[in-house]
Design a protein around this ligand. Sequence first.
Ligand code: PMP
Length: 286
Amino acid sequence: MPRIAYVNGRYLSHRDAFVHVEDRGYQFADGVYEVCEVARGYIVDMGPHLDRLDRSLKELSIAWPVSRKALTIIMREVVRHNRVIDGLVYLQVTRGVASRDFVFPANAKPSLVVLARKADPGFQARRATTGIKVITVPENRWERVDIKSVGLLPNVLAKQKAKEAGCQEAWFVDTDGMVKEGGSSNAWIVTRDGVLVTRPADHGILRGITRTTLFKVASRLGLKIEERPFAVEEAMRAREAFISSATTIVLPVVEIDGRPIANGEPGSVALSLREAFFDVAEKSRA
Ligand code: PMP
């Protein structure tokens, strides 16, 4: 069965799904994106993802390519066409097609692409039972990483470096030695007293939708959260560490820069957050 993509008004097989060579997403990374998890036939936290899309678009003065209602229908259609029960749906909006010039084009129409793909629902669950390894890298991104822009070259390079080191994620670290976030995830630790710690999301990191939902999960489990920066040193001495993102939910971190966290096994707090996540997240039938 060929995979189907939505491209500017049409549902096309991937073989025929193209964007224009002068799309500003391609030339300038002048665009934004969202990724929603699809789990058991539901799109997870679609509302909050579209709220964040709205914010990203406003920050860059890009108009919605279609109405929010139409976008939800397109997302569901793409999930359905690709028969995704477990996997993800990806959407990307760029400023559109125009003759190459840095300043905003006068009347380009925003481009919209929506993709969906299946994933083995057991894959992340198995990773959660072994945990993942993380390297740290110096922060080298721009200051507006709160905007979910498609300009992800530093993230690509950091994650490639992690892979070459036999690790699965890279944590960006600021000049004070404080952890910012992962290449494609938010970073958390659990202190010796069982308190969850994650960096405030006012600026300098992406306000992860999974991160926000985990605040609700934690309160349901009676866990305390402190929003404050934490140092790499503190993470290495923590009781647990973990990452969160839409496609991984919660994955325990068992090693940072080659140093094991606690006994080097996935932590129970991370696993219980993971376990309770789906009960708390918003679910829309795909
Ligand atoms: N930070 C970065 C840099 C990311 O790319 C992601 C994943 N999109 C996240 C955090 C986690 O965000 P979310 O929980 O919304 O997937």
